[in-house]
Design a protein around this ligand. Sequence first.
Ligand code: ZN
Ligand code: ZN
Length: 360
Amino acid sequence: MGSIRAGVFLGDGSHDIREWSSPDPPDGGALLQVEACGLCCSDLAQLEGDTASVASSSYPVVPGHEVVGRVAALGRGSDALAIREGDRVCVNTVRRCGICGPCRSGRWCEDIVVYGYMPISRNPGLWGGYGEQMVVESNTHLIRATESVSAEEMTLFEPLANAVNWVEKAGVRPGMRVVIQGPGHQGLCVQSAVHAAGALQVIVTGKANDGLRLETARLLGAHATIDVDVEDPVERVRELTDGQMADIVFDIATGAETVPLALRLVRQWGRILVAGYKHSGPIAGFETDVLVDSGIDLLSGTGSTHESMETAVSLIESGKVDTKALLGEVFTLERFDEAVGLLARRLPDRDAVRVVLQHR
Ligand SMILES: [Zn+2]
Ligand SMILES: [Zn+2]
């Protein structure tokens, strides 16, 4: 029985590292040796004790929902998972039972399990990718992944699966002009999916402290980036689109001010898709009359689907996503503090397009 370490959030802004004995795989499920786990902005809300989101967390918790792992052991009766010991798999964060009424009609499962959000009080406690090992239950959607991309890069499948879902929902087609507000790793994944969908023009906006992220957006093929602290985004988008404005605006920023701004960046009959939590309550200055006057469709981006997960993994495997540019910085648990500090942008003069934990 080996000693398994895991990063743990306590729910009051603090975190530590705890040890477990290696658990047995549950019946119908599996035990994974986690290879790598991407850190996400929503992990920060979780760190601070936020319980308002759909996957409201109880504490203490082993977080981490962008997980790539290797199958270490299979539980009894786990044939339905369609995996073998030694396989590298990407974990679909959301486990649905597949048989309840809401599941069958495509709504949230009555017995939903969201990996990275279940407290350690639920046995065996290792439910997230911040742990060196993690258990998954029956009915978990696991996608077998190639060995030709590193596990750290492969963790991008999770935000990319969201992106693929949202880009499809918003209806990005070849020839369209798209603005993406917010150049965090989720915004940059949306950008990658928008390029893959064949958009004509892609403009990414950010703030003065987003220099590295906007540079990455250009590296990924953005036709232009806008620092909204320096330039007027409305004027600049007008200029860049020859007065057409954007067919679709993705608001992936964490601040609230980008929501009313999106109304001014989109064309008549255009679409706005808002994704990611604002953690800021009601949004001031959002005029629904503009939506109505201009026939603008307002859409929400909520997670991924079974299909978008599969698509994201194959997009990465096909080499169509620049996973090197999007990788960011990789840390082991020895530098957990630093990883969380960098994610929270609390380290002076440092930034990363993404932060990834790697387990050995
Ligand atoms: Zn995430
Ligand atoms: Zn269900």
